[in-house]
Design a protein around this ligand. Structure first.
Ligand SMILES: CC(C)(COP(=O)(O)OP(=O)(O)OC[C@H]1O[C@@H](n2cnc3c(N)ncnc32)[C@H](O)[C@@H]1OP(=O)(O)O)[C@@H](O)C(=O)NCCC(=O)NCCS
Length: 161
């Protein structure tokens, strides 16, 4: 039987533990994409809990008619939790009048490429060598990513509402 998780909106009192969790997963609780850096616990989010333990998290920003997902993590893989977190953001964006949900991922993140397409997102652009631009802002971004794939490009997906 799969793990049961409860999803709640990220609140002020979650921020310390969510920041630690994100640091443990990404090496930092801020994220740099398309030349913009965001502190993930200072934007909106939903957190999945398995009891007291964080089982996943999604963070996003709504600006005008656009919603951008900035991070997504799911601990208990392939049990639908990542999709549920993503759907929470899609519903939120729709209810707040957005026209689109956008997400960027890197070329090495093969599982994310698979996941977002399974969740109905369309691959709309490859930002070739976008990581070079990001490394000018943060030189600590590694050269090699998942599966020993050179970390070079940003892939943009969108979900039309
Ligand atoms: C990407 C991630 C969030 C997916 O979370 P998850 O809880 O495993 O996803 P779900 O169980 O909701 O899967 C949704 C769909 O994707 C498919 N999927 C997810 N991971 C898969 C994998 N490794 N292999 C094959 N299919 C996969 C599922 O089978 C499911 O398909 P279906 O429902 O259409 O049959 C998770 O792998 C993760 O945290 N990865 C590390 C962080 C990351 O890369 N985040 C995304 C970039 S921001």
């Amino acid at each position: 039987m799969g793990v049961i998780v409860t999803i709640v909106r990220m609140a002020q009192n979650h921020k310390v533990s969510v920041a630690k969790y994100l640091e443990s997963r990404w090496g930092s609780s801020s994220m740099l994409m398309h030349g913009k850096e965001v502190d993930l616990v200072e934007i909106e989010g939903f957190v999945a809990f398995n009891g007291e333990e964080i089982a996943g998290c999604i963070t996003f920003e709504i600006i005008g008619f656009e919603c951008e997902i900035w991070s997504l993590n799911s601990e208990y893989r392939e049990q639908g939790h990542g999709r549920r977190l993503t759907n929470k953001v899609i519903d939120e964006a729709r209810n707040r009048g957005c026209k689109i949900v956008r997400v960027f991922t890197s070329n090495d993140n093969v599982v994310a490429l698979l996941f977002y397409q399974r969740c109905g997102f369309d691959m709309v652009a490859v930002h070739h060598n976008a990581m070079d631009k990001s490394r000018k802002i943060n030189p600590l971004i590694p050269e090699i990513g998942f599966f020993q794939i050179p970390l070079k490009h940003e892939i943009e997906f969108e979900y039309k509402l």
